[in-house]
Design a protein around this ligand. Structure first.
Ligand SMILES: C[S@@+](CC[C@H](N)C(=O)[O-])C[C@H]1O[C@@H](n2cnc3c(N)ncnc32)[C@H](O)[C@@H]1O
Length: 246
């Protein structure tokens, strides 16, 4: 969602952000429980690829950018060696949880938390400066998917990597796709603009990365209640995880 300029729109925007942050925080333990194994697989090589050493054997502290971290569910998958981190999120309601969460990971050195969507990243992050960009479940909410990937590419250094997870549109003609059509507006309202029907798995392939390595998967809902299955995660079980290289 874009941050509105007028004060009336800003108050509505703030209320929706607060509502979304509260709902998302309640759902996070259940959702992260289902995503845990997939996140382990996604971040496997990321955990072991640092620290980088230059030609003289000196350690370089890499710069990471996390886009839309929500409450900070990905920090536990970061490498255990030191890194510098910039965070951007248009929803500041998540900031206290991010700051609290970061206390558990003292090797992650937060150098900036900026209230902006990816659209405004250039105001805070230099082009070609970031080793790793992380964005999980963000592409569904950005105002312009092409601009999202363009901005990620802009800040990544050559060879830098973008780690992502997204829920994606169900297959056309399926019962699930029908359900997504029915719930679309309801979901968008409660999800602060979240879109159920984006083909992010296809769009990233034509975004200009030199390589995209991705896997489609479905949430394992065997352990969750009928309520969550019907009204929440059962609407977005189809996901993709991947690593795109600049
Ligand atoms: C569904 S939550 C995902 C949170 C977290 N990444 C996770 O996987 O648990 C979506 C996040 O994207 C943020 N967001 C929404 N629009 C955005 C934009 N245009 N640019 C960057 N982040 C955005 C939201 O504020 C929220 O933090």
């Amino acid at each position: 969602m874009e941050i509105p300029a007028s004060s009336n729109e800003r108050s509505i925007f703030n209320l929706r952000q607060r509502w979304f942050a509260s709902c998302f925080s309640v759902l996070t333990p259940v959702y992260q429980g289902m995503l845990g194994q997939e996140k382990q697989k996604l971040f496997e090589d990321f955990r072991t690829s640092f620290p980088h050493r230059d030609d003289d054997g000196l350690e370089n502290v890499p710069l990471f950018l996390e886009v839309g971290p929500g409450p900070g569910t990905n920090f536990k998958y970061y490498p255990t060696s030191p890194c510098n981190l910039i965070v951007i999120d248009p929803n500041l309601k998540f900031k206290p949880q991010v700051m609290e969460n970061l206390k558990k990971f003292p090797h992650i050195n937060l150098i900036g938390f900026y209230e902006t969507g990816i659209e405004g990243v250039s105001r805070f992050v230099k082009d070609n400066s970031v080793s790793i960009v992380i964005g999980t479940d963000v592409g569904c909410s950005v105002p312009d998917v092409k601009a999202y990937y363009d901005n990620v590419l802009k800040v990544l250094r050559p060879g830098g990597k973008f780690y992502y997870i997204e829920h994606i549109r169900a297959e056309e003609g399926s019962m699930l796709r029908f359900k997504q059509r029915v719930f679309k507006k309801w979901w968008e309202f409660h999800g602060c603009g979240c879109q159920l029907d984006r083909d992010l798995d296809k769009q990233i392939k034509t975004a200009g990365f030199s390589g995209v390595d991705q896997t489609t998967f479905y949430l394992d809902m065997s352990q969750i209640s009928w309520y969550y299955k019907t009204f929440v995660f059962g609407i977005v079980p189809r996901h993709v995880r991947g690593i795109a290289t600049k």
